[in-house]
Design a protein around this ligand. Sequence first.
Ligand SMILES: [Zn+2]
Length: 343
Amino acid sequence: MTELETAIKTMPKVELHRHLEGCVRIPTIIRTALRHNLKLPTFDAAELSKTARLSGPMDSLTEVLKMFEIAQSVFVSYGVVEEITRQALEDAYRKENVRLLELRYSPDFMLKGKDLDWQKTLEVIASAAHSFQRKYPVFTGIIIIASRSYGMDSVLKTIDFAVKNKALIAGFDFADDEINYPAALYAEAVKKLHEAEIPLTIHSGEEGRFGQVLDAINFLAPRRIGHGVKAIEDPSGRTIELIKEKGITIETNPYSNYLTRAVARLEDHPLKKFIEAGVSVSIGADDPEILDTDLNKEYLLAVEKTGLSTADLAYANKCALAASFLPPDKKQEAAKWFAPQGS
Ligand SMILES: [Zn+2]
């Protein structure tokens, strides 16, 4: 391991953008499928890795959706949900030294076609996160996702579910297809979230045009934007100005953007430009198991490909901590782990 790799690995980290459905280990998929008589393309771990994980830029969205379906197929019992949550936390803490982790999931996607109750599932996830943070120096939060492509009824149901469970969650997110489901559709629906003071993040500007990011901000008033790569393409610079003006944090996921071809090369990722423009940014792994990544890899690539300095990495962590949806007392407590050594 190089000096840089060691420095990165030991650095305490904040992760704001990670999907629980993208954290399912291959051995867990196989073991669960065998135990519950589920179908899999193969039960060989090495072979399954090839079909369930993306090893290079995607050929098609269908290919990636298939990978998510494989991971999703194993959320079949509360015991499995608990196990997957615990493993996601273990991996983040032990391998990456993540000390503040916001995990997100879409109840409608995760539990589609399953015999599991939304409420009980959330309670299982929350309790797994809670017992983990009692044992280890990690703070965790849960973000509930509305899957836009599941239609308005699903979105409204998910919003009501989040409001009802305000005490168990940290925030709310809108994810998947933004092009066919533009922000304006949800302008009315998000009012409930704002009234309940549930912080909002939106997957926006991952593909398409920078105007989507402007719309997401103007119609939905999020505190954070997921991905946001297209924001840099506004020739007037207005999108970036608005992001700064509103104090919005961009949750970047550079390797994910490279794999889904949101950027052609990591060198083209706007992360460094965001930082230079004074935007608040975080660095996330998005779907570590499916995208074969983690924050150690993301940070290393950020330095080697996107031109970040180690000071930039510390800046991104500082921004992420400030932008976390966790309550202020927890963030203050967590801040101690991120204080420079000797201070
Ligand atoms: Zn995401």
